[in-house]
Design a binder for this molecule. Structure first.
Ligand SMILES: C[S@@+](CC[C@H](N)C(=O)[O-])C[C@H]1O[C@@H](n2cnc3c(N)ncnc32)[C@H](O)[C@@H]1O
Length: 454
């Protein structure tokens, strides 16, 4: 039995929406079904999957039922991300702000577990950069694991408080603040959201959201875009925060069009476009978004003095070795951090270095592997990189039972492999490495990602 909706939530919502609209919302929250949706990775999957598309996202699809994702190798290979449909609206905003080749520098400030990060990573393209920050360390690790799986190579994961970004002045073209909120939009999907909700919680969230916004505003470049979003319905955490921001800082509206057939409720606060997703109107959960341009203050970008040198260069033979493991080394720049060699797209390397020298970075680019003289031990992340070379080591194409054995870190029949390192693939999608040494195998799938026997 689900708990009833909090009484104060009901009365406040009835007041703001009117009785009949509010009752439709309550019915959807209490009796409606949460749609299941995924967003595929165009860097890994060539053709569009079948099924009903999420109207505001080119890569989003609804599924008729919830499969056991754990048993699908494509899920582990980063071919898609399981994401609630309303959140995919960021794509519709992004496409109306940036030209396809803009390659923006993006900060996703409240990023774990990585739904919006992986979407922004796709949209930014290999030459763009997504700095995905998460203040809670454990959640930042999950975020990093998801960045590895996604495998585009343009994500840096930081584990910082929003205030730590202050020395990066006018630095980002886009900042997404998907703020921690009271979660009213999750009252259907996640029953715990009802237990955790309180009026006092709403107030605390609203105050924290303002603090986060003021901490980060200086890092947005003049002319840059802020996308503020929450998964809650109340005005205190949404429109009232936008009005507050407009009162404090130089904000300009950005016109974002929505197709009326989507069912999204478009509004305006101090001229700023706002978007509300109600589960009785859209096929998705509750969501709020606002899009703001920072007025042109014409101040220059400033970065902090580096605290520490992080990267060291690879020598010529090491560069030659690494170049064999990626399909297009001419686009990449290699560097070493604490003995591990990393690969980055050239365009973003300068920014990655600046971020790494001042903030707490727990993942960046493609952690490629360890070099021991002429020997190279590839990292798991390299197998998941969309542009890993398919020619350097043999590919072992496994069937489903063999693949699940591999993902469980079970023994693998050595006769399936060639001597030395092999790349394990399922339907052509790389999943990781395995090493055959004569009559035995070393399953190199990472312990922490291993799937439990079901
Ligand atoms: C709504 S969730 C983010 C979901 C994520 N953007 C996604 O699409 O998968 C909000 C995140 O903000 C983080 N958070 C909590 N307190 C914070 C704070 N004071 N400053 C910044 N982020 C905070 C939470 O740990 C949580 O991961």
């Amino acid at each position: 039995m689900t708990l009833p909706l909090p009484e104060l939530f009901r009365s406040r919502t009835t007041e703001s929406l009117g009785t009949s609209e509010a009752e439709r919302l309550f019915a959807a929250l209490d009796n409606g079904e949460s749609p299941v949706s995924i967003r595929f990775n165009p860097y890994k999957i060539g053709s569009q999957p079948e099924g009903r598309q999420v109207p505001w996202c080119r890569y989003g699809y609804y599924l008729d039922e919830r499969p056991q994702f754990t048993l699908d190798p494509a899920f582990h290979g980063g071919a898609y991300y399981v994401q609630e449909a309303s959140s995919m609206f960021l794509e519709a905003i992004f496409r109306q702000i940036f030209e396809p080749d803009a390659a923006p520098r993006i900060l996703d400030l409240c990023a774990a577990p990585g739904g919006k990060t992986t979407l922004l990573s796709t949209l930014a393209g290999a030459e763009g950069l997504v700095v995905a920050n998460e203040v809670i360390r454990q959640r930042a690790s999950v975020l990093a694991a998801n960045a590895v799986k996604w495998g585009i190579g343009n994500i840096v994961v930081t584990n910082n408080d929003p205030a730590h970004f202050a020395p990066f002045e006018h630095y980002f073209d886009l900042i997404a603040v998907d703020a921690p909120c009271s979660g009213e939009g999750m009252f259907r999907k996640d029953p715990a959201a009802r237990t955790e909700w309180s009026e006092q919680g709403v107030k605390l969230c609203a105050a924290r959201q303002r603090r986060i916004l003021s901490d980060i505003w200086g890092s947005l470049r003049p002319g840059g875009i802020l996308i503020y979003s929450t998964c809650t319905f109340n005005a205190a955490e949404n429109e009232e925060n936008i009005a507050w921001l407009c009162g404090e800082y130089d904000c300009e509206p950005v016109e974002i069009a929505v197709d009326p057939s989507w069912g999204v409720v478009k509004g305006e606060t101090d001229g700023i476009n706002t978007f509300r997703f109600y589960p009785h109107r859209v096929k998705g959960e509750g969501f709020f978004a606002a899009v703001i341009r920072k007025s042109d203050g014409r101040r220059r970008e400033r970065t902090p003095k580096p605290r520490k040198a992080i990267f060291s260069a690879l020598n010529r033979p090491e560069t030659d070795i690494l170049s064999q493991w990626v399909a297009q080394p001419e686009y990449m720049r290699f560097a070493k951090v604490n003995g591990t060699a990393y690969a980055y797209y050239r365009e973003a390397f300068g920014a990655v270095r600046q971020i790494s020298e001042s903030l707490t970075v727990i993942h960046s680019g493609i952690p490629a592997g360890q070099l021991f003289g002429a020997k190279f031990k590839p990292e798991h992340a390299l197998a998941l990189f969309h542009d890993v070379s398919r020619e350097t080591v043999p590919q072992a194409e496994f069937d489903l039972p063999q693949t699940l054995d591999y993902l469980r870190k079970n023994e693998i029949d050595p006769s399936l492999l060639q001597e030395g390192i092999n790349m394990v693939c399922y339907n052509g999608l790389p999943l990781g490495w395995i090493k055959r040494i004569g009559g035995r195998c070393n399953n190199l799938y990472p312990k922490e990602s291993r799937i439990a026997a079901l």
